[in-house]
Design a protein around this ligand. Structure first.
Ligand SMILES: O=C(O)C(=O)C[C@H](O)[C@H](O)COP(=O)(O)O
Length: 209
């Protein structure tokens, strides 16, 4: 397995961040995302259904599925056992990073300051998540943080919607953009997969080369 997120994403630039409450929605959700052109997805460990949803989505041929909101080594182990191909955390946690290294799976810790970024770089990581991106100052903050660290790549996430997407994707330091707006719990509750497909296709188009 590679420890490089860029290799797993393989050019995908839009990362749907999912909170799945009912595992029965995982199949149609994966279909809708893939039909909309998504090639990756992050299933957050925020619900009891997360592990089962991840397992179901990981078997979907078209999507590289990772785990989000991973807060401990134990969760990282469970996520990888369920098929996660990468692990995302809201913050920088040494235990999570060490566990992922042991598991040989890419880990993307959240950072919001230069100090946290330096900690991640010192640990040998090159890709981090700017989180919460918009509340931390958005693109201006991302550019300011990226300037002294030309090797760092960012996956800004948090508060981003269709209106901010193009700006982030145009920045050379941005590997991909994450967000929940593509498939919200409300979409899943109402079974509105058509809207998930539409929002995904619209976002993927913005990130197309
Ligand atoms: O906890 C994690 O590991 C996460 O990935 C957090 C998510 O990135 C954000 O909660 C998504 O933010 P919104 O798009 O504003 O809903």
């Amino acid at each position: 397995m590679t420890t490089d997120l860029a290799a797993v994403l393989d050019g995908a630039r839009v990362m749907p961040v999912l909170t799945v409450r009912d595992p029965a929605t995982a199949g149609p959700l994966a279909d809708a995302l893939a039909e909309g052109g998504a090639r990756c997805a992050e299933v957050t460990f925020r619900t009891p259904a997360a592990e089962r949803a991840l397992k179901a989505m990981a078997t979907h041929g078209g999507l590289a599925v990772g785990a989000g909101t991973v807060l401990s080594a134990e969760q990282a182990q469970r996520a990888v056992a369920a098929g996660a191909r990468f692990v995302v955390s809201p913050g920088y946690d040494e235990e999570v990073v060490a566990a992922c290294r042991e598991l040989d799976v890419p880990v993307v810790p959240g950072i919001a300051t230069a100090t946290e970024l330096m900690r991640a770089l010192r640990a040998g990581l090159t890709t981090v998540k700017l989180f919460p991106a918009e509340a931390s100052g958005g693109l201006r903050t991302l550019r300011a943080l990226a300037a002294p660290f030309p090797g760092a790549r960012f996956v800004p996430t948090g508060g981003i919607g269709p209106g901010q997407l193009a700006g982030y994707l145009a920045d050379p330091a941005v590997l991909a953009v994450g967000g929940s707006w593509l498939a919200t719990p409300a979409h899943l509750d109402s079974g509105d997969y058509q809207e998930v497909r539409r929002l995904t296709a619209e976002a993927v188009e913005v990130g197309a080369p």
